[in-house]
Design a binder for this molecule. Sequence first.
Ligand SMILES: C[S@@+](CC[C@H](N)C(=O)[O-])C[C@H]1O[C@@H](n2cnc3c(N)ncnc32)[C@H](O)[C@@H]1O
Length: 379
Amino acid sequence: MFQYQLNHRFFAQVPEGIEELAAEELAELGAERVRIVFRGVYFDAGQAELYRVNYGARLSTRILAPLLTFRCHNPDYLYRKAKEIAWENFFSPHQTFAVFANVTESKIHHSRYAALRLKDGVVDSFRERLNRRPSVEKIDPHVRIGLYIERDNATISLDTSGGSLHRRGYREAGGEAPMQEIIAAAVLRLSGWDGSQPLYDPLCGSGTLLSEALMTYCRIPGAYLRKRFGFQCLPDYDEALWTSVKQEMDLAMRPLPEALISGSDRSEKAVHSAGRNLGELPWGERVSLRVADFRTLQGLQNRVIVCNPPYGIRLERNKDLSGLYRDLGDFLKHQCKGSAAFVYFGNREWIAHVGLKPSWKKVLRSGRLDGRLVKYEIY
Ligand SMILES: C[S@@+](CC[C@H](N)C(=O)[O-])C[C@H]1O[C@@H](n2cnc3c(N)ncnc32)[C@H](O)[C@@H]1O
């Protein structure tokens, strides 16, 4: 028996800063005994809840099923433990796999080398048992194996998501600086938008906030477009149960009312790619889009405004964006009365240039970006 089969405990990897939101979402999807740690959430789940969490989560990066935890002080011991696992329970030698490792405060301190020893253990386990070995495939492997070593405590896990869940499958066309999907989903959740007011993104780029808003309102599961999940490789995978979980969640979806979600951008190319991305999702064609400079927009009263303006790191490097942020403040003040605006700043130095008093600011990091989400209430 593997560890997750004995204790039904799983681990969700979560971007830094949104652990609590992610834990809340996991609990809504049926996870029990959630425990928040730095960049993650432990939780209990049966098979049905594991499938539901993988299918529905928008705020977790991946869900790991721990196979084995042990004290580990050197790479050879890691190799021997990896070799002891009967990997043929998860995949066959003609399928491919990849190992991703993370090591902190341990005697083994090179995560690359740790990953390599784990890989050798997997390969030799197959060789000795079946006389054949699977190949490593980095980009799109059949099975992803995780290794986490913290203070010499090693855990070998299987990625039950089958690749990061931020890959929703709708991003056909990347814009210039698209927002990470999980961050966009977190912005939506922190905004508290429930569909009772229309939502507008005046700098929509390739439409990530609009797509996540559509998925949130219509209850489209985060992994709706995903073809294959890692949990399908688990020895106790129950196909009929997965079909019924999926059916139940698909039946809970609801259509998008016309004019509830709209957006614009001054770049024609960006609006075109937003249209294509939204078109991948159910009811995406009901999101209205147009090409417009936000400075020319009028009459956006009593809405929820969300946006992610250029921040000068990847886009418009070295450019002075203070005028743009001042204009954004004026636009919100004069054209968006009665609205709540949620602006995601990839670079917090621009917050002061908006010239409006924030109701709150929240830290929302995304990769290298030390971002902030700022709420403005416009009277
Ligand atoms: C950081 S990107 C937004 C990315 C978007 N959230 C996404 O996920 O693709 C900023 C966007 O602001 C747009 N933009 C810049 N100045 C604008 C203006 N004055 N009016 C409207 N859009 C503008 C750019 O064309 C760009 O698409």
